[in-house]
Design a protein. Structure first.
Length: 323
């Protein structure tokens, strides 16, 4: 073996050894999470819970920078343009990946699949189907039957057109063949009030958004679009127990701009998974209608690709209906 070959092998070996060491030294200054969430909403609160715990773990402040607007594109653009040193990460939401690429097809300024590397799932907020207290249906099956025997069908509301809750309603309609149709209202509070007063009989929304109606006894939850029954609400049926394939949640996934070292990604993955496994974090998340899922970077990427495959056809369908 010649001298040049030995030197090259030594350099490669030192690089492999150095990566974990670099991750061990990281972070040595504040870290920023860019998020499309508006300040104060449940995804923002969940992000700040994780940021606070990581600040304690890392002995460095983790700052949450809210960049809402344009369906998530403002935050994506901001996060894609940062240094690839791991000190600015991207806490994305479901709609940025499930809705935006189709809603803005041909106009995207960031290629989401190439611009970011998934780190881990932080939490998901499964969507529930709820009805006004006077609707004569006590299960998902009874609701479908009621809708199909009601002249002109029944209306359902959701937080906003094209959002995860609306898409869940469309997926439910497609899979169940229920005679329901979407009615748009200006925001979750307005829609919930319309359901409470009986103007709209059905609503698809996360549990946190439905909480005021549930607590007041004006709204009844019939099912949850989760992959398994909720640990703190085991008696609440999954929608897919009646309508297979209706699994839907808004989710939070932490990502790194592509180019950040795998050693840093692996460290952040391990540390976030420790945080979201803490009992008090789990309890706080559940108050927000948010549930944790323990995923590796590869599993997180697989999850996102499966979500794109599921939702992009539904978004195209909704978009065609608006024309």
């Amino acid at each position: 073996m010649n001298t040049n070959t030995c030197a090259a092998l030594f350099a490669a070996a030192m690089t492999i050894v150095a990566l974990p060491a670099a991750a061990q030294d990281w972070p040595n200054k504040p870290v920023t999470f860019i998020t499309p969430a508006a300040a104060g909403n449940s995804p923002d609160v969940a992000t700040r819970v994780v940021a606070d715990r990581l600040s304690q773990m890392w002995k460095q402040q983790v700052v949450v920078l809210n960049r809402p607007g344009a369906g998530g594109m403002i935050a994506a653009q901001a996060a894609a343009g940062v240094e690839k040193d791991g000190y600015t990460l991207y806490m994305t939401q479901a709609s940025t990946y499930t809705v935006l690429p189709i809603d803005q097809e041909g106009k995207m300024t960031v290629d989401l699949q190439k611009a970011f590397t998934p780190i881990t799932m932080v939490g998901e907020q499964p969507i529930a189907v709820a009805v006004n207290k006077d609707v004569p249906a006590n299960s998902v099956a009874e609701l479908i039957a009621l809708a199909n025997k009601t002249k002109d069908g029944m209306l359902f509301g959701a937080t906003n057109r094209g959002g995860q809750a609306h898409l869940t309603g469309e997926l439910f309609r497609d899979r169940s063949k229920a005679n329901i149709s979407f009615v748009h209202a200006a925001g979750a509070a307005v829609t919930l009030n319309d359901v409470i007063t009986g103007r709209i009989p059905i609503m698809f929304e996360g549990l946190a958004g439905l909480a005021p109606g549930i607590q007041g006894g004006d709204v009844r939850v019939l099912g949850i679009a989760s992959a398994k029954r909720l640990p703190n609400m085991p008696d609440l049926p999954m929608i897919q127990e009646t309508v297979p394939g209706v699994v839907s949640s808004g989710w939070l996934v932490l990502m790194a701009p592509s180019g950040v070292s795998s050693a840093i990604i692996d460290k952040v993955n391990a540390d976030v998974r420790k945080v979201i496994a803490e009992p008090d974090v789990i309890a706080r998340f559940q108050q927000l209608g948010t549930y944790t899922r323990d995923l590796t970077p590869a599993q997180t990427e697989e999850f996102i690709r499966s979500e794109e495959k599921l939702w992009w056809p539904i978004v195209r369908q909704v978009k065609a209906q608006q024309k």
